[in-house]
Design a protein around this ligand. Structure first.
Ligand code: CP
Ligand code: NVA
Length: 310
């Protein structure tokens, strides 16, 4: 597999190896300072980003390579003047790696099949695998072995981050519980949940999808939430979504159902007073900025792995 499209495509062993590599890179970054010498990463963005852009771009710089930021708004591809296929066939002649943050997952699949260099999913409507590698690294650092830990995700279930967390977690033997409002627009996609039952069966983990935030959070080692207003959600849905998701806000009352030392995580950007209270995200159990930093180490490891540059 030349690409990182979703964690569904990677074995638990491969995920584990990349997490180990990320930990090695974090411990001794100078050992990798020439690993990307003369290598170029093309970063294609259809949506905004802080962490994803910075982690990949700084990561390339720190490893002696170069990254090109390319917003599709300025591209022949974005304006419909050039097909994805021609764009990727041409780009593959210039760069060593391509990462893309796109609306439609099927566009990413087309990119990967047309590009002759590795393609990395930097978030689509389906998934956000790079984020979850950083998240798993963060949990491992704080709690050791992931196997057997309970991770509760609360809020928008029909969500890229949720899907990747469910997949990555169950592949590594975690017990993943997701609480979201009922209905197929808010719950995790049925095929993702079904796939995770299979991964959990193999790894000894489990997957639970429920409407009850308290049930999901009960005795959890980690509580995770994500924005109720993902980048692709139209602003006119905001008031309705805030009302719908408010019972899933991570606040002190909900946190009390988890283990007393449970970690709080959010991939960011976050809105205080919505998916979590300020008290929680700025409180002692929150690891959101360690989590954000780990994007850097995890993204370096993904690039090294895909170019087999270690
Ligand atoms: N978590 C994450 O992907 O952040 P950005 O949208 O800032 O890249
Ligand atoms: N679910 C969010 C993740 C942001 C990093 C989104 O798609 O906007």
């Amino acid at each position: 597999m030349k690409d990182l499209i979703t964690l569904r495509d990677w074995s638990g062993d491969r995920i584990g190896r990349v997490l180990q590599l990320a930990a090695d890179v974090k411990k001794d970054p100078s050992a990798f300072k020439e690993a990307m010498a003369q290598r170029t990463l093309l970063m294609i963005f259809e949506k905004p980003s802080l962490r994803t852009r910075l982690s990949f771009e700084a990561g390339m710089t720190q490893m002696g390579g170069h990254a090109i930021y390319y917003h599709t708004g300025n591209s022949p591809m974005g304006s419909g003047k050039e097909s994805i296929s021609d764009s990727m066939r041409a780009a593959s002649r210039f760069v060593d790696l391509i990462m893309a943050r796109l609306f439609k997952h099927r566009d990413l699949l087309e990119m990967a099949s047309e590009a002759t260099v590795p393609v990395i999913n930097a978030l689509t409507d389906d998934s956000h695998p790079c984020q979850i590698l950083a998240d798993l690294l963060s949990i491992q650092e704080k709690r050791g072995d992931l196997n057997g830990l309970k991770l509760a995700y609360v809020g928008d279930g029909f969500n890229n981050v949720t899907h990747s967390l469910m997949t990555g977690g169950t592949k590594l033997g975690m017990h993943v519980a997701v609480a979201s409002p009922p209905g197929e627009s808010f719950m995790p996609r049925a095929d993702v949940t079904e796939g995770c039952h299979g991964f959990a069966e193999k790894s000894g983990g489990s997957i639970l999808v429920t409407e009850s935030a308290e049930e999901a959070v009960l005795d959890a080692d980690v509580i995770y939430t994500d924005s109720w207003m993902s980048y692709h959600i139209p602003e006119d849905q905001e008031a309705e979504r805030i009302a719908l998701f408010m019972p899933y806000q991570v606040n002190q009352a909900l946190l009390a159902h988890a283990k007393p030392d449970a970690l709080f995580m959010n991939c960011l950007p976050a809105r205080r007073g919505c998916e979590q209270t300020a008290e929680v995200i700025d409180g002692p159990q929150s690891i959101v900025f360690d989590q954000a930093e780990n994007r850097l180490h995890a993204q370096k490891a993904v690039m090294l792995d895909l170019l087999s540059a270690t």
